[in-house]
Write a protein that binds this ligand. Structure first.
Ligand code: ZN
Length: 136
């Protein structure tokens, strides 16, 4: 597997990347009002609570939008690749890659499911990323 640029990991997002290492897609849920939010951030945009917990997503969703980048070319991607905005069944959206499909066959609204892929990180630690593929 090719190397990838490691994502920036902060105290606010660490739980998410740790979850991926256990093959869990975790979503923040506000303990104040129960609203789910992604990407992770310290404060609930609805009730401003700083208390939150993580729930495990089903990993299923649909394609909300997608792009197929052509330029600039990065050495760590195989072309073409699909950047997808997935609307998870839980109702939050997540940016990922869509794999195992011809770019010409991608449709908004199609069902997708998560899988996990190990990469060599640019640091010393192995990197686990969420990826999506067509689901049922
Ligand atoms: Zn809240």
């Amino acid at each position: 597997m090719t190397a990838r640029l490691a994502p920036p990991i902060s105290p606010d997002t660490e739980f998410f990347w740790n979850g991926l290492r256990e093959h869990k897609l975790l979503i923040q849920r506000c303990k104040g009002c129960g609203t789910l939010r992604n990407p992770p951030r310290p404060m609930c945009p609805h009730c401003r609570s700083l208390d939150w917990e993580a729930i495990e997503s089903s990993g299923r969703g649909t394609v909300y939008s997608y792009v197929i980048p052509h330029e600039p070319k990065f050495p760590f991607f195989e072309y073409p690749y699909i950047v997808v905005l997935v609307e998870l069944a839980e109702g939050v959206r997540l940016v990922s890659n869509l794999c195992e499909i011809d770019p010409a066959d991608v449709e908004v609204g199609m069902p997708v499911e998560v899988f996990y892929q190990n990469f060599d990180g640019t640091g010393t630690e192995e990197l686990v990323l969420h990826q999506f593929r067509p689901g049922s």
